[in-house]
Design a protein around this ligand. Structure first.
Ligand code: SF4
Length: 217
């Protein structure tokens, strides 16, 4: 590892720890993971008791290759983006995610004051984060940290998450070609629901893993 990488890791470690402390103050069980592998180990441990596992469509979770590992354990995986599904089947899986044993997702932004900020198009991902699943684990890579206000967190999402996600999902939005948000009103607009989770939802076992690695968008 180069000295530069060492110092970057150290800087992010301080910020991750600050986020974990703030999340704990806001009532979330929060864990610092030094590496992606530590996050994988935590999730695999928590998944042992779960039969049905929902995936919010997050690249952070894809980056950790969790679906492959959980499938080997014979878990029922609820993945609405699986190839070959009809629109009706996709919708049915999204509904089932709302009541699964364990829901896995990333977050579009995490402020150092311990708030989770997300922008969604359909609402299945953010809906499942709030209420329904027996357990929710949010994986927050260090690239999601925002040392600022909720408005700055939303700005991060519009600058760094939404345009590449629109491109990834093949939507016809201005940002999918320009790379910049123009606050469009395109039929394919993916920014339709903004959620701010500023304290742990009362009846949801929502845990946050803050990982010292770049994960997702
Ligand atoms: S509002 Fe429209 S242009 Fe802006 S990020 Fe969302 S989908 Fe893209």
């Amino acid at each position: 590892m180069t000295l530069t990488n060492e110092l970057v890791d150290w800087t992010f470690e301080r910020k991750c720890e600050k986020a974990v402390e703030a999340l704990a103050r806001n009532g979330f069980p929060a864990v610092y993971c030094k590496t992606g592998q530590e996050a994988i180990d935590y999730i695999m441990g928590e998944a042992a008791e779960a039969n049905s596992i929902g995936f919010g469509g997050s690249l952070s979770v894809v980056d950790l290759k969790l679906a492959e590992r959980l499938k080997e354990l014979g878990k029922e995986l609820l993945i609405h983006s699986a190839p070959g599904l009809t629109p009706e089947e996709r919708l049915a899986i999204m509904h089932r995610q709302l009541n699964c044993d364990l829901f896995l997702t990333g977050t579009n932004a995490l402020t150092l004051s311990g708030c989770l900020v997300n922008i969604d198009a359909t609402g299945n991902r953010v809906g499942s984060m709030l209420f329904g699943p027996k357990k929710v684990i949010v994986v927050a890579g260090r690239n999601k940290l925002v040392n600022g206000t909720i408005d700055e967190a939303i700005k991060r999402v519009k600058e760094w998450s939404a345009p590449p996600n629109a491109k990834r999902l093949g939507y016809k939005t201005p940002c999918a070609s320009s790379g910049f948000c123009s606050d469009c009103h395109a039929p394919d607009r993916i920014c339709r629901i903004t959620t701010i989770i500023d304290c742990k939802p009362r009846h949801t076992d929502l845990r946050v893993l803050v990982v010292n690695a770049d994960l997702g968008l």
